[in-house]
Design a protein around this ligand. Structure first.
Ligand SMILES: O=C([O-])CC(=O)C(=O)O
Length: 148
């Protein structure tokens, strides 16, 4: 992927696990920053994705899941290409059958709050890489590349 896309792209060195049935996915970024609250994630993935990739900066918390199989199914139904979560998911076996790219740090069976606290479509960071809404995301099992 890197050799095709070129070194002008930023590469994310933070390590993610792959969960969705789609191993390689790409699209323009939408972004959410939240902490142990997935109200915004649920709401946004229930709106048309038009092939976008939702990047969720959950601050790296693994204490509760920011997406389960129902929210992931909603993302499929609404045309999202993928979801990248700097945090945890749950229902990982079911998510593994869905036609969606999913990268997350890990899993936790506990659910998050749904108060909708957080920030939508601002600049977020995945490790040392900044991601602005609209930046192109290219993800595959080796990692994530980000354009300007
Ligand atoms: O409700 C949640 O927090 C997430 C969940 O379990 C699902 O999407 O199925």
């Amino acid at each position: 992927m890197y050799d095709e896309r070129g070194p002008e792209l930023a590469s994310v060195s933070l390590q993610f696990r792959d969960f969705g049935a789609v191993a390689a996915f790409s699209g323009p970024a939408r972004t959410i920053q939240c902490h142990r609250d997935n109200g915004l994630v649920k709401a946004v993935l229930a709106t048309p994705g038009n092939g976008s990739v939702l990047v969720v900066d959950g601050g790296g918390s693994l204490q509760s899941a920011l997406m389960g199989d129902m929210i992931a199914q909603s993302a499929v139904d609404h045309g999202w290409a993928g979801v990248i979560i700097n945090g945890a998911i749950r229902d990982s076996v079911a998510i593994g059958t869905l036609d969606l790219g999913v990268k997350a740090l890990g899993t936790n069976p506990a659910k998050s709050a749904k108060d909708g606290l957080g920030h939508l479509d601002g600049t977020v960071r995945l490790g040392d890489v900044q991601i602005r809404p609209g930046a192109m995301i290219y993800a595959d099992p080796d990692g994530i590349l980000v354009s300007g």
